[in-house]
Write a protein that binds this ligand. Structure first.
Ligand code: SAH
Ligand code: SF4
Ligand code: F3S
Length: 442
């Protein structure tokens, strides 16, 4: 069989990782990736359920596919990811155009499910939680990512049950992959050309395999020759244990950006959210890390207008943003999710919510602009990932994950180079590569 598959991915980095692994898997039964909708024999949509809009996007996207294939042979349509898990057979009822539903813990069954469908034409949904088998199966199939910067999932699921969040329901209980399985995959990525690995998990710093923690993994992975940078995301403040904090003292390759979602600056709201951390402990983590290295920056996630958020609670969030000066953060208006505790609560007025979101984003963007502006005329380290879309400038990232566009040559791709920043905007730094003798190379 030589069939074409079109894979579209919504949601977080874990979904991106999963889509790549799904492709590594279906390749074994003869699928080859296409970037052209019209060419697809199989259309796979990997979905996200985190906010209501994310879910609606799924049905719009299926509508789009239907239109594209109106006068063509219908492709095999597969829905994977968190909407598949949350809605399972509902999707088949609402959208008969869909053929197969496969939840995030069942990707190891994808080839058998497809073969069975092609054989018997039987629509099914696979949504059992079977994380152990999934990773055992996937670890036997080579991760073929050959990107300069690659993702590696080390942990899945969540036991924390924040009152607003669907993740514990869509990804199941917390599970940490075996240490040696991860090291093998990391080595394979580095042997394949990866220079940066981002360790992933819905609660990545809760990683615990027979007592081995995220800190142990970082120190082991950085021994691989060829790896230049290590990152991890997303962490929970309660799992920011001292061993992980101490790694920032000794690690040579862990990047100085800590993405640590706080959600709100008000203890009252954190309590209502069932976050199980408070602002005092959050600030303590911030101070400890800054003491170790003042170059460490923080980024975060914020939920605005959570039920019960008063003007004072909102001001507390603004104050925290002012104190910590987060860079590169995400902020969203609270979206009620079916099945979660908070879905029963009364939501805030829409206009007021929007007004608060705008104020928060203004404050976050101001910090980001100022940070970027402060780098003008400075020389920074950039890991070069490739050319930008129109092939005119090299694209890379700073240690703090900010995009950098600069003049340079092909031979810099995959290297960490020094770039002199000449100008900046909110999201990007612009500059020119400098060689070791401080001369321009372009
Ligand atoms: N495990 C991480 C977050 C994973 S979900 C943590 O504990 O922080 C990613 C982000 O989506 C969350 O940080 C939160 O800001 C946002 N989010 C989750 N549920 C949401 C909801 N119901 N409405 C709006 N934003 C939500
Ligand atoms: Fe969701 Fe993160 Fe809370 Fe888990 S810890 S329930 S993933 S927000
Ligand atoms: Fe979305 Fe599932 Fe990730 S809900 S954010 S794709 S864990």
């Amino acid at each position: 069989m030589d069939q074409k598959i079109f894979i579209k991915t919504f949601g977080c980095q874990m979904n991106e990782y999963d889509s790549n692994r799904i492709y590594d898997t279906v390749k074994q039964i003869g699928y080859v990736k296409t970037k052209v909708y019209e060419e697809a024999d199989c259309y796979l949509l990997n979905t996200c359920h985190i906010r209501d809009k994310a879910k609606e996007k799924v049905y719009h996207e299926i509508g789009r596919v239907k239109k594209i294939f109106r006068s063509k042979k219908k492709p095999l349509v597969i829905i994977t990811g968190c909407v598949a898990q949350a809605e399972n057979e509902e999707i088949l009822k609402r959208e008969p155009y869909v053929d197969l539903i496969i939840g995030p813990q069942s990707y190891h069954k994808i080839n058998d499910t497809i073969i069975n469908y092609l054989d018997k034409n039987e629509k099914i949904e696979e949504t059992e939680f079977d994380t152990v088998s999934k990773f055992e199966y996937l670890s036997r199939i080579q991760n073929n990512s050959n990107k300069i910067s690659s993702f590696l999932t080390i942990q899945e699921g969540c036991d924390k049950f924040c009152n607003f969040c669907v993740v514990p329901y869509t990804r199941g209980p917390e599970y940490s992959r075996p240490f040696s399985q991860i090291l093998k995959e990391a080595k394979n990525l580095v042997d394949n050309g990866s220079k940066e690995i981002t360790l992933l998990g819905q609660n990545v710093n809760a990683y615990n395999f027979e007592g081995l923690r995220l800190s142990d993994l970082i120190l082991e992975i950085e021994k691989l020759s060829g790896i230049k940078r290590i990152r991890y995301t997303t962490s929970h403040p309660n799992d920011m244990t001292d061993d992980l904090i101490e790694v920032y003292k000794v690690s040579k390759k862990l990047m100085p950006l800590v993405h640590l979602p706080v959600q709100s600056g008000s203890d009252k709201i954190l309590e209502l959210m069932n976050r199980k951390h408070n602002i005092k402990t959050y600030l303590e983590i911030f101070k400890k890390l800054k003491m170790i290295n003042s170059n460490i920056e923080f980024s975060s996630d914020f939920i605005i207008a959570y039920p019960g958020e008063s003007e004072q609670d909102f001001q507390d969030t603004l104050k925290l943003i002012e104190d910590i000066k987060f860079i590169n953060s995400f902020s969203f208006i609270y979206s009620p999710r079916p099945g979660t505790v908070a879905s029963e609560l009364k939501t805030l007025n829409k206009i007021q919510s929007l007004f608060r979101l705008q104020a928060i984003q203004k404050a976050l963007f101001k910090n980001q602009m100022e940070k970027n502006k402060s780098l003008e005329n400075q020389i920074i380290s950039v890991l070069v990932e490739g050319w930008n879309d129109d092939n005119t400038k090299l694209f890379g990232r700073s240690e703090h994950m900010t995009s950098v566009l600069f003049e340079g040559y092909d031979n810099l791709i995959g290297k960490v180079v020094k770039v002199k920043i000449l100008r900046s905007n909110q999201n990007t730094l612009f500059g020119t590569a400098i060689d070791l003798n401080n001369q321009k190379v372009a």
